[in-house]
Write a protein of this length. Structure first.
Length: 361
């Protein structure tokens, strides 16, 4: 059986750290916590789980702190978490099984990273190299949205780490990228993608369009990032009212993709729906529902675009062409995912009344 060191970086995590460690402390063989300057009770909480607590001055770059945390590991493999991550019970069991069965020739284990909505439905997943062989000395790269550079024998596990979302630190990562640009530091294609995300999330849509376009134009870089740069750029074009560019950006995403993605199909459906081209919109929403989830996909998967969201839009489209039975069917399917959604409950009653009034044929 392999041994595992948990390595974490923390700062002012007193509200979440215990929940994280409660979900994993008995599954690992060592816990290393690197604190980058907490002023709350984070260290006090950490001491309940481990005496391997280390201080590291914040450099403004996440990669520095993460690489330092890996230096303290002494076991066969390194497992990392953020303080607002947890392992659900099913994934705890899978990790135990993995420890007993993993071939020690494996250099890294990829796991899902997922977020849940208020109904405990998975809304976002993507893969990250989560468990890595210590002797390979893999390093973190990137100042803000960093990544672990891994190569060799990688095993794709069906274990998920669940991110329990907290309030987003508005402006923090944006400032990191802006500071890099202020000193004329060159950004990579990956940097421009995540810089675009930060700009978009902070409402700077025109600037985000420029950053996404930079990502797409640079020949190097991960294709999945470029696909979503096209998708998110389309969202920004839509917000600023540039409809032609919005559709063109979605077509760019289609051309880059090796396979259809529900995230693209639903957005094309949205554009057609806004133009009241309901039959065409229905075709794209139905297509989104028929694309199966690919568990080997490393890029983002936004599950709402293959589940409740197209059902809601199909309900609206069918309502507008007065096919109330079909509208009701899709509203009920959406309710199965979001049973207390006020708008869906309103639709349910509205459609019940509409269907009662339908004349006999």
């Amino acid at each position: 059986m392999i041994t595992v060191s948990l390595c974490m970086i923390v700062k002012n995590e007193e509200e979440t750290l215990a929940k994280c460690l409660d979900s994993v402390y008995d599954l690992v063989d060592e816990i290393n916590i690197v604190d980058t300057g907490s002023t709350d009770k984070t260290i006090e909480v950490a001491k309940k789980y481990t005496n391997r607590i280390f201080s590291f001055p914040w450099t403004g770059k996440f990669k520095d702190a993460r690489n330092k945390s890996f230096e303290y590991a002494t076991k066969d493999y390194i497992f990392y978490l953020d303080a607002d991550d947890i392992l659900l019970e099913e994934d705890r069991k899978k990790l135990i099984e993995l420890k007993h069965s993993l071939d020690n020739t494996v250099d890294a284990v990829s796991m899902f990273y997922q977020t849940l909505d208020e109904y405990e439905q998975v809304i976002l997943t993507y893969r990250r190299n989560r468990l890595v062989k210590r002797e390979r000395n893999f390093l973190w790269h990137g100042d803000a949205h960093n990544y672990l550079q891994v190569e060799g024998n990688i095993y794709l596990a069906d274990i998920a780490v669940t991110h329990k979302k907290r309030t987003h630190a508005v402006g923090r990562n944006l400032n990191i990228y802006q500071n890099k640009l202020a000193v004329n530091e060159k950004l990579s294609a990956r940097d421009y993608f995540y810089y675009g995300n930060e700009l978009r999330e902070n409402g700077l849509y025109k600037e985000a369009i420029e950053a996404y376009t930079k990502n797409i134009s640079i020949k190097s870089g991960w294709k999945e990032d470029k696909i979503f740069a096209c998708i998110f750029r389309a969202d920004c074009y839509g917000i600023v009212g540039e409809t032609r560019q919005q559709i063109a950006s979605l077509l760019d995403a289609l051309l880059l993709s090796d396979s259809l993605k529900p995230e693209i199909c639903c957005r094309i459906g949205q554009c057609l729906q806004k133009k009241q081209q309901y039959d065409a919109a229905i075709w794209w929403y139905q297509l989104a529902l028929n694309i199966p989830f690919d568990p080997t996909r490393w890029g983002f998967t936004f599950h709402s675009y293959a589940t409740w969201y197209p059902h809601i839009q199909l309900c609206i489209c069918y309502y507008n062409i007065q096919e109330f039975d079909k509208a009701n069917m899709h509203n009920e399917k959406a309710l199965a995912y979001r049973p207390q959604e006020p708008q869906l409950l309103f639709n349910q009653q509205l459609l019940k009344n509409k269907r009662k009034k339908k004349p006999d044929l």
